[in-house]
Design a protein around this ligand. Structure first.
Ligand code: PMP
Length: 426
């Protein structure tokens, strides 16, 4: 038995078998630095998956801020604390004027739950519209939005619309305006259905770039027109920026890229570079209605520690001017992979925004090839590059490195990518 086998056996006992693990032969990592992870044998891997360490693993500014704050004061939120206020002010100021106040939480799940409850309190309705291949979190209420497969939800307050995409259009042959209209008609049906059932429309919640749906190219105009339809029906628009936000697309927010204005914004994963930190941001009126209707308290959230770390992450993104790096390297990476589409018939589509690229692996007649996607991911891992998969069919290779990912990292990756595709074709 190798040391890795032994650790795996202990893990199965200690955590229960079934606790998710990446890769056929799991990776035993012991250290991270910048965009690199190191395994127990000292082997270096380029991290092309993790968006939580957005400013790099073990980022010195973040580590220093964390240690200093923990050594000074870390306490719950029911005291006055300057940097908690400043952090929330800074966060709100990164959005348009409709976003004024912030509720901090410890996970994207919690922040989405707050957002959904906020919408329900404000509208007096229960209905939530989402897509049919989404994931927004794991609590009972938020988890009700995601299902295995794309089957209708058993929950009377959920309506899951087909996610809008151009690659596998809802009706074969539809493109452009007609395709956009077809998806909007599905939304209209969901709205009408919720209203007829008496649930009404509290909100539509969407990841701004439909990350878990596989980063589809969204028909032009869908997002702003969908947002307008939901508001017309009396509902609010929640942008889930847990994956899309914090510079991932080369803009601060995914909704800037897909062109809509949310009423409520949820952020998470990258906010604390690994410290549990998430947020629900909205107008002051929405936040105060929520606070008036429920005494929301979250023991570890809104702490001086969260504020110190959260601000160190913002400082790092701003002072290192990472957004232009994301836009430039991300565009080059997407272009380079898109050029390979013509070379290998198994690459069906290359999509994405900034440093978030999806490569859709297919077989004959565009059939999603989940097995091939997994083989690509495992082979890339053996070559020292960590990716994973996403999408409604789990056949999209998901490439999402920390934001300081460089041209040199990209060049190394493309060599490994070409070798991988050639080996798997042989
Ligand atoms: N929203 C989206 C779009 C996500 O991808 C995730 C997690 N993958 C969540 C919310 C939930 O975040 P957390 O795991 O921090 O609860």
């Amino acid at each position: 038995m190798t040391a890795t086998d032994d650790l795996l056996a202990r893990r199965n006992r200690a955590l229960g078998a079934g606790a998710p693990l990446f890769y056929e032969h799991p990776l035993h990592i012991v250290r991270g630095e910048g965009v690199y992870l190191f395994d127990s044998n000292g082997r270096r891997y380029v991290d092309m998956y993790n968006n939580v360490p957005c400013v790099g693993h073990a980022n010195p500014r973040v580590v220093e801020a964390m240690a200093r704050q923990q050594g000074t004061l870390n306490v719950h939120s029911r005291y006055l604390h300057e940097s908690v206020v400043t952090f929330c002010e800074r966060l709100a100021a990164l959005h348009g004027p409709q976003i004024e106040s912030v509720i901090l939480t410890c996970s994207g799940t919690e922040a989405n739950e707050v957002a959904m409850r906020m919408a329900r309190f404000a509208t007096g309705k229960r209905g939530i519209i989402c897509t049919d291949a989404t994931y927004h979190g794991n609590s009972e209420m938020v988890g009700a939005l995601s299902r295995l497969g794309r089957a209708p939800s058993p929950n009377p307050w959920v309506r899951a619309i087909p996610f809008p995409e151009t690659y596998r259009p809802i009706a074969p042959g539809l493109t452009g305006e007609a395709l956009c209209e077809a998806y909007l008609a599905e939304l209209a049906k969901a709205i009408a259905d919720l209203q007829e059932s008496g649930e009404g429309v509290a909100a539509m919640i969407l990841c701004s770039i439909l990350a878990n749906e596989g980063l589809p190219d969204i028909p032009d105009g869908f997002m702003p027109r969908a947002a307008a339809m939901v508001r017309e029906a009396g509902g609010l628009v929640i942008a889930d920026e847990v994956q899309a936000g914090y510079g991932r697309t080369g803009q601060w927010w995914g909704y800037e890229v897909t062109g809509f204005t949310p009423d409520i914004v949820v952020t998470g994963k990258p906010m604390g570079n690994g410290l549990p930190l998430a947020a629900t941001a909205a107008s002051r009126a929405l936040v105060e209605t929520f606070r008036a209707k429920t005494r929301y308290f979250n023991t570890f959230a809104s702490s001086p520690l969260q504020a110190a770390v959260g601000m160190a992450v913002l400082d790092e993104i701003e002072q290192r001017d990472l957004l232009p790096n994301v836009a430039r390297v991300g565009a080059a990476l997407k272009d380079a992979l898109a050029q390979r589409k013509g070379v290998s018939a198994t690459i069906g589509d290359v999509r994405g925004h900034g440093l978030f690229v999806g490569v859709e692996m297919i077989g004959a007649d565009k059939a999603p090839d989940t097995v091939l996607a997994k083989r690509v991911i495992n082979t890339l891992k053996d070559k020292g590059f960590l990716t994973s998969n996403a999408g409604a069919f789990a056949n999209v290779v998901k490439i999402r490195p920390p934001l300081p990912f460089s041209d040199a990292d990209m060049a190394e990756f493309l060599v490994a990518w070409d070798e991988t595709i050639a080996e798997l074709a042989a």
